[in-house]
Design a binder for this molecule. Structure first.
Ligand code: PMP
Length: 301
């Protein structure tokens, strides 16, 4: 088996050699940004949108990524090719880089870019057929005016805390509310509910990341002719919804069939959720950046 190659600080290194300094401020303080992207049959889904979000997150925290977007796009494609992957999950990390022990980022002069591409499955296929059990948790989403959820930073403690609470509650995923009790999102996914054939998702200003899968689903649903609205809702609306589903790069589109111990409708993934998942799986192979030309795709399959 060929070894896994990771792009780290300007070169490809073997997985076992891919290590960063203990003085890296990404490690010491969560000071950096990241993206998670999927590759479907050699197509990096919505690569341009992911890069836009990465560069906007970096701009917001005054972190200079040492490559422009085109160079970054090439490096990502190269990482997929070098690992001979057709379907994969890509993690891009840009950390502030090594500095001294104080938190002042001005001691960090060499931001580190890391690109990992590997096979990753979030949930087994049977969970897509069965649906997830989710529960609202006591920890609230960071207030957007304090730490914007649009900055996809390496500081994911807010999300980790809610995931811990979900684990403690014995469910698959957390439902995060904002400081006013409105539904925001999961620990690493956006939430949608369906009521009377209308599809609803919270506006991101309530405190959710503007997910790229979320936006893709909003477009797909509108093109399929569904009524779609971004509107605030509470846990009550989730409890009485006809369908509930989550979206994200890692989870794709997955039903939630139980919320806080209440069965959603008949306790099975709904037909609109299933319809959107089928359509989503059709577009992911073409909407994005191709890593291989046709002859290469054949050679590697
Ligand atoms: N919310 C949070 C907090 C996330 O970390 C993610 C994963 N990036 C999402 C939502 C879903 O976003 P996307 O569809 O862009 O992966």
């Amino acid at each position: 088996m060929s070894s896994q190659w990771i792009f780290l600080g300007g070169e490809f290194v073997k997985k076992e050699d891919a290590v960063v300094s203990v003085y890296d401020h990404g490690f010491l303080y969560g000071d950096g940004v990241f993206e998670g992207i999927r590759v479907y049959h050699g197509n990096v889904f919505k690569l341009s949108e992911h890069l836009t979000r990465l560069y906007q997150s970096a701009q917001s925290i005054m972190l200079t990524i040492p490559y422009d977007k085109e160079e970054m796009e090439q490096l990502i494609v190269e990482t997929v090719r070098k690992n001979e992957l057709q379907s994969a999950y890509i993690r891009i990390v840009v950390s502030r880089g090594p500095g001294n022990l104080g938190l002042d980022p001005s001691s960090c002069s060499n931001p580190k870019v890391i690109i990992i591409a590997e096979n990753l499955r979030m949930f087994p296929e049977e969970l897509y057929n069965q649906g997830l059990r989710i529960a609202s948790v006591a920890s609230r989403r960071n207030r957007p005016d304090v730490l914007s959820p649009q900055v996809k930073s390496l500081n994911y403690l807010n999300n980790i805390l809610v995931k811990l609470e979900a684990n403690q509650a014995g469910v698959d995923e957390a439902l995060m509310l904002n400081d006013q009790g409105y539904v925001t999102e999961g620990s690493a996914d956006n939430i949608f509910i369906v009521k009377n054939n209308t599809i609803l998702t919270p506006p991101v200003y309530l405190g959710a990341l503007e997910g790229i899968t979320r936006n893709a689903i909003l477009n797909i649903a509108a093109e399929l002719g569904y009524n779609v609205h971004e509107t605030p809702f509470t846990r009550h609306d989730v409890y009485i919804a006809d369908e509930v589903f989550l979206t994200g790069t890692a989870v794709e589109v997955i039903a939630a069939v139980e919320v806080d111990g209440r069965k959603v409708n008949d306790g099975k993934p709904g037909h609109i959720t299933n319809h959107l998942l089928r359509e989503f799986r059709k577009v992911v192979v073409s909407d994005g950046t191709q890593c291989y030309d046709k002859s290469q795709t054949k050679a590697i399959v």
